[in-house]
Every structure is written in C-alpha cells, then in structure tokens.
Design a protein around this ligand. Structure first.
Ligand code: FUC
Length: 804
C-alpha cells in the first residue's frame, strides 16, 4: 500500500514537470586501460533505441549493434480455450489439500498453447549485428585508455602508436537517432581500415559508394500456434553505415568499404526495423512499420557537422543525467580502471564512491535503453551480442521488468517510466482475452512472460508460468508515477488500466473454504517450490503472500484513484471491502514472513525470489512505524534466504535492508552484488553466483540488466525514502558513507531533495516543492519530523543549527 500521506493541497498541471537540473556533483570515472576481450567488457552506448558496444581493439575494432525492437516471432493466439473447463477441479483439489494433484492438472491443462517461450512463435529479442573495423598499420600501442564519459554519454579510445596519437570517439546521438564514430589522429594520412558487417545468421551486406548496407528478415515462428498461415512474415531490419573520410581514399568492395591514408573519418550508423508498434495500442513514435531501408536513409539526411552533433547530443543527455548528483568518500582505489577498481572493492569496501558510480551508471543505462515513444528496456536493457538471447531477452513480469524501472522516479527520470506504461496498456486487450479464456473473468491479466507481440497467456511451465499478478504489479508503477508528481489528468488516462486489473481480481478471487480468505488459485509464489503438508513438492498453490500484498495494494490504489477522479465511488468502496478479505501478511513458525497461505517450508530455502517481502520493497505495506513485528519477520526471512544469489536478487536485498534501515547490511549486500563475475563463453545459466562484469553489467549470470537498475535504485533507497508518509533522509547509510552530498532525488508528494551529511547527521537539506503540498521531513533518525506547507516552486533550506 502506497499511502500518500504527503498530501498535495493543490494540484496543478505543472505537477508533471518535477525535475530541475541539479548541480552536477562528482561524476564518477568509468575507464579501462586495455581493450575488451569479451562482450561483457565492452562499453554500452544507447539513445533509447539504437545501441552500440565498442570493444576498443587497436588493430580490429568490433562494435556490437542493437535496436530495441528487433524481435523474431510474431503475434499468435496462445490462449488455450480448453483451460477454463478444468479450473473448478484445479481449485477443488487445491482446497482439498491435494496440491500435487492440482499441480499435475495445471501442468496438463492450464498452460499456453504451443511451446510458449520455448518456441519460435513467441520470438526472441535479437542482436542486430556487428561492425568490424580492421585497421592498417602495426606497432605497439602505448598510453591506451578506453572510457565512457558519463557526463556526456561519449566513449573514447585513445592510444599512441609509432608516435601518432589516435582518438576514437563513439556515441549514439539522442537528437539525430544515429550512431556516431569519429576517428582522428595527430598526424595526417594515418587512418586506414576496412569496414565490414557480420551477423550470426540471416543477413545480406553490400557496399557501394560511401555506404555499407546490411539487411535481413527474422523468422516469424513456425505457426504451431493458431495463427493462420505460417508464411515468413518475420520482422525486417535494415542498417547503413555512411563513411565520411577527410583526406585519403574510400573504395567500395562487394561487402566492405576500405579507407586508406585518411586524416579523419566520421562513420554514421543508421539502424531500423519494420516493427509497427505494440499490438492493440496507440502508435509508438519510434515505430510506424515504415520500410526500414527508407527509414535508415531518412535518418542520414541533414546530419550536421561533428561538433554540432556532439553538442546537441551532450545537451540532450545532460538535461536528464545531471538532474541527480552524488558525492561519497573515495579512497586510493577510486581512480583505478573500473575492472581493477571492482576487484579492489571486493576486499576493501572503503571506496564508497563505487556506490556513486553504480547509481549513476544505472541512471545512464536507463537513459540509454529507453525513451518516450519507444519500448521499455528488456532483460538485456538494449544490449545483446546473441541472436538467441538468454530467456529470449524478453519482458519477464514477475519482477525483472518492474525492477528495471525502480529508479525511474526516485532517481529523477520519470519520463523514462512512460514506455513501461505504454507497454502495460498494450497488454490490456490481449490480457482481457486471456482473463476470459482461462478464468472466465472480466478485466485483464497477464502472467510472467511478455514479448512485443502481446503475449499474456500463462507460461509453458506452470512452476513459474502460473503467476497471474504480474499486471497488478505493473499497475503499481502507474500509481507510483502519480505519487511522485501528482497529476490527476494523467492519472485519468491510466485509470482504466488499473480498473481493468482490479476487475480481474474482483471476479477471480475465490474463497478458500478452509480459511475464509480470498485467494488467487491457482498461482505460485514466483518460481519457488514448497513442501506440502503431505510432504510432496509443489509450486502451484492456493494463493501466495506476494499475491495478497500486490492485490491489496492494487485495490487500495485503484480505490484511491477512483476517489481522486470522482469516479466509480460505490465500486471503489467494494474494492476496499474485498481488500480486507485478503489474508494479512503473517509471521510463520520460524519467525519468518510466511510465503504461502499455510506455513509450508520452501524446498529451496535460498531461493533467489523473496516474493513474500514485496510489501517491504517495492511495496510499502511493511514499515517500522506500522508493522514492527513484520519488519522483524522480514529480517528473519532474509537471514534464512541468505545473501548469496543471482545479480538481481542481491540488488533486491540491498533495497530490503535499506527499508529495514540497516545500512551496514545493505552495504554488505552491495559488495556482494559488485563481486567480480567471470566473463567468457562458459558463463552458465546457474541459479546463484551473481555479481558484476568488468564493465559493470550485472551478472545473473549471464548478463541481465535488472540487477543494474535494482542496485542503482537501492542506492537511492539507502540515501532517502518517502514511502512512509514522510521524507526520511539518510535512511540506511553505512559507516563507510561517513560524509557526502546528494542532489536531485525525488520524493513522493512532488518534492526534489538534496542534502549534505557528516558523521551520520544531515548538516544541510534543500527541498523544492514541485506542487503545493505539505512537506513532512525527518532529517535523521534521532530528530523530530518537521512539517511545513509549501507552495509550488518554493525551496526550503534546512541547516543543522535548525535542529530541535
Ligand atoms: C525470472 C528469474 C530468473 C531470471 C528470469 C529472466 O524468472 O527467476 O532468475 O532472472 O526471470
């Protein structure tokens, strides 16, 4: 329940604009003294649609290309019309305590049609291809440096060879929507290379004039669903690289361009697909289904000179990135190359500024991997070297996609939440069908899997595929967006989405006759297995704590939205009454938060999901102020789960400990999340062993971006929280963060917050109201909360001398 106790007194249209550019504090270094030897060491660049990852090789440069809509598969009907007939029996078995039998029936009858995410119809987010620049000239490179300037979103590789200084600059232009590579040298005529394109499959590359072009078509599936006709109507992609040398010569071969003896070269990379937007949805600005060859050509028209390109790009990016700044203590390791700095951090956690780097890198990744009018970041964010990406590089909805957005509000990037909202809205039409076909229910629902083709059916394997609160979880993001910048006009536009999600549960909750509680049955507690009372193992369950918490929150938020908008008064009151019939979060016999409706033990005590603590984070049901006994139980739950896990799971645990106000433990988990992970082809899809790759991508393993976003957001939670009805500064700061300064954090109720601290005490705070409202502020744990009415645009300055 996200109770918004910071009540806005007057709501204005300006509420949506809630981020002023804050003074940049210390932008962390991100650099290497050697080229990448694996993809996980290369530097991610992106403009929310187009991604490039240069490896920085001296003799041969590889740049991995991505475009966020490039998906195989297509739209197909995956809802099983026979499922509903089995629902009463599944429920009867579950309520009779015959969980294993119920589960078998779910396995047999209550899955999607076809092969689900294991089949080609579902599709897969795919790599666009690779550019290779094979350079001429030999000799040893000296003074090598490869960096990403986080202040400007520009990567640079510099080195000296045979006395000549070479500089290669790379960025993905936000304003012109093309990738840019500029090669310069300190001596004229010293740049020579040949440029070619490669992709693992399905491509044709040709060179002509000053352009290298490449295109292809992805498989659309095998039609094993019920889609009529299995013609190859898969997605088409097209790319062009325009090569503009100054001096020297440029020649085109059959499928490569060769530059010799140039003084300077500019490469412009234009990528497009014919993706026509999310099904059943308003069009996305980025995706109109245009012939991609026309689009790549159009994007290359009227490109200004390099200086202008760079200036526009950095201004656009800086307008978002510089909203938040952080300064934390540094030590002798802080200036090391990032891979070595990570390694040093594994044993010496006094380099507190690593948290600044990780937080800002997470913000950088969000700015780079999504944008209004586009798609939300997937499991890969935007970056993938494979055609067959892990877990299809899709939109996993039982935590992963949501985690990608945990920092969007608090860390000052609320407009980058919108692609998620568009995606959520796109699930309503297919999810309405799924709700009707599987559950005979009104409203809409979706399960754990999501692609760009409107998939909402249960997954092919019920142990993980049966969760049906994913849509409700997505609705939390809608309400939170409003909570951070109250704007009823915007809320009105998304209210039908929340209403439809709530309608589904209103109809589909069923009373467990043994307890009288309303439950979701069948469901799971994401991906975990329990030991039934009969000693068997089962995943499918008659309700789960996470479901109860999410639905309670959905009902409460939807009712609050209805009231605020003056809509559906009676229905909203009914929702609140229903919420009171959900099982409250309960402490089990180990002192833990119970994960299922009965006090069953988990088959895998260290399971990576900790779904029963949804209400601790990202929810707000559990707080020290309102539920101290559940907070204790949450602590026990985390101890029992253990710290070690996959990347995203450890990121989540940082946030949990931050909500428990245990800064030291949050910092310990942060160190675990940043544990150096092994790179290379042997990366296993194992359950634990997560950490961080040398270029800071999170390791599930393999690479999965949610850990980056979750860890970045968790640093924000350590600094400040606003879910308890007031703003709490220094919420969970470890001793290593002995002093620091932060600016631009966003708090619920429409506030932008900056403060400085020293020795565990806030010395100065600056709070700006972006709407009229009441500020309630707790500067540090020992202080009294102060309360103050504020007008939109007003800035409140507080100093330690003001402390009561
Ligand atoms: C969830 C997790 C897995 C993995 C996958 C992409 O299903 O349980 O660990 O992160 O998403």
């Amino acid at each position: 329940m996200n109770r918004l106790l910071i009540v806005p007194a007057l709501i204005t249209a300006a509420a949506a604009v809630s981020c002023r550019t804050a003074e940049p504090l210390s932008t962390p270094d991100y650099w290497f003294d050697r080229p990448a030897v694996a993809w996980e060491e290369s530097i991610p660049l992106g403009n929310g649609r187009v991604g490039m990852m240069p490896w920085g090789g001296v003799e041969s440069e590889r740049i991995v290309l991505n475009e966020i809509s490039l998906w195989s598969g297509n739209r197909w009907d995956s809802d099983n019309p026979d499922a509903l007939a089995h629902l009463p029996e599944i429920r009867r078995l579950l309520f009779a305590g015959r969980e294993a039998e119920a589960q078998r029936l779910v396995y047999d009858t209550f899955t999607c049609l076809g092969r689900g995410s294991a089949g080609p119809d579902y599709g897969c987010y795919q790599n666009f291809g690779n550019l290779y620049l094979d350079f001429t000239g030999g000799g040893n490179a000296e003074n090598y440096r490869r960096e990403l300037d986080l202040d400007r979103a520009v990567s640079r590789t510099t080195f000296t060879r045979d006395g000549i200084d070479f500089v290669r600059e790379y960025f993905t232009s936000f304003t012109r929507d093309v990738g840019v590579v500029r090669l310069t040298a300190s001596e004229g005529g010293s740049i020579g290379f040949s440029l070619r394109f490669e992709r693992d499959e399905r491509f044709t590359a040709t060179a002509s004039g000053d352009e290298l072009t490449f295109h292809g078509q992805l498989p659309s599936g095998d039609g094993s669903g019920t889609r009529a006709g299995a013609g190859d109507d898969g997605m088409c992609y097209h790319g062009r690289v325009k090569v503009l040398p100054r001096g020297g010569t440029l020649t085109a071969g059959a499928d490569a361009l060769t530059v010799t003896a140039a003084d300077e070269v500019l490469l412009l990379v234009s990528l497009a697909t014919d993706f026509a937007g999310l099904p059943d949805s308003p069009p996305l600005a980025d995706y109109t289904g245009t012939d991609p060859a026309l689009k790549t050509a159009a994007l290359l028209n009227d490109i200004p000179d390099y200086k202008t390109l760079l200036r526009e790009h950095t201004a656009h990016y800086g307008g978002m990135f510089h909203r938040v700044g952080l300064t934390l203590p540094r030590n002798a390791n802080s200036g090391l190359p990032t891979d070595r700095r990570l390694a040093a951090f594994a044993t010496d956690r006094t380099d507190a500024d690593v948290a600044n780097l990780y937080m800002q890198f997470g913000r950088y990744l969000l700015i780079s991997s999504t944008r209004p009018g586009g798609l939300p970041p997937n499991l890969q964010g935007l970056w993938a070297p494979q055609v067959r990406t892990p877990w299809n590089g899709d939109y996993h909805l039982n935590i992963n996609l949501q985690m990608n957005h945990w920092g969007a509000e608090t860390l000052g990037l609320p407009e980058l939440h919108h692609p998620l909202f568009d995606y959520t809205a796109s699930l309503v039409t297919p999810g309405t069908r799924t709700a009707r076909i599987y559950y005979g229910s009104e409203g809409w629902t979706t399960h754990i899997l999501g692609n760009v083709w409107g998939f909402t059916s249960p997954g092919e394997h019920p142990s993980w595929g049966a969760t049906n609160t994913s849509g409700a979880w997505l609705c939390q993001h809608l309400w939170e967006h409003h909570a951070f910048a109250p704007d009823p006009e915007w809320l009105r536009t998304v209210y039908p989405v929340m209403r439809g999600a709530a309608r589904f549960f209103e109809e589909n909750l069923v009373e467990d006759p043994r307890t009288g509680w309303l439950v979701t049955a069948p469901t799971t507690s994401p991906e975990n297995t329990y030991i039934t009372s009969a000693g068997e193992r089962a995943s499918v369950s008659p309700g789960s704590t996470m479901d109860d918490q999410i639905i309670r929150e959905l009902f409460t938020n939807t009712a609050a939205a209805a009231r605020l908008l003056g809509l559906d008064a009676e229905w909203a009151a009914g929702l609140e009454a229903l919420a009171s019939r959900l099982k409250p979060t309960t402490v089990g016999r180990h002192g833990q938060v119970m994960e299922w409706p009965f006090d069953w033990d988990e088959a895998e005590p260290h399971h990576r999901h900790v779904s029963q603590l949804y209400g601790l984070y990202p929810g707000a049901e559990l707080t020290w102020g309102s539920t101290p006994e559940l907070m204790e139980a949450a602590r026990v739950t985390l101890e029992r789960r253990g710290d070690d896990s996959t990347g995203w799971s450890m990121a989540w645990k940082i946030a949990f400990w931050a909500r428990l106000h245990d800064g030291a433990r949050a910092w310990k988990l942060f160190g675990d999340l940043l544990r150096p992970a092994a790179v290379g082809s042997e990366i296993q899809y194992n359950g634990a062993g997560g950490g961080t790759y040398p270029a800071l991508f999170s390791a599930h393993p393999p690479m999965q971006i949610d850990g980056n976003f979750g860890g970045s957001a968790a640093v924000g939670e350590m600094l400040m929280q606003s879910h308890e009805g007031f703003i709490r500064l220094l919420a969970a700061v470890p001793p290593q963060w002995s002093e620091g300064r932060v600016s631009g954090l966003r708090a619920r109720g429409g506030f932008t917050v900056g403060f400085e601290w020293s020795g565990g005490k806030v010395t100065r705070a600056t709070i700006e109201a972006t709407i009229d409202g009441t500020l309630v502020l707790l500067t540090d744990p020992g202080s009294e909360p102060l309360s103050r009415e504020m007008k939109m645009g007003e800035i409140f300055e507080w100093k330690i001398e003001d402390r009561k």
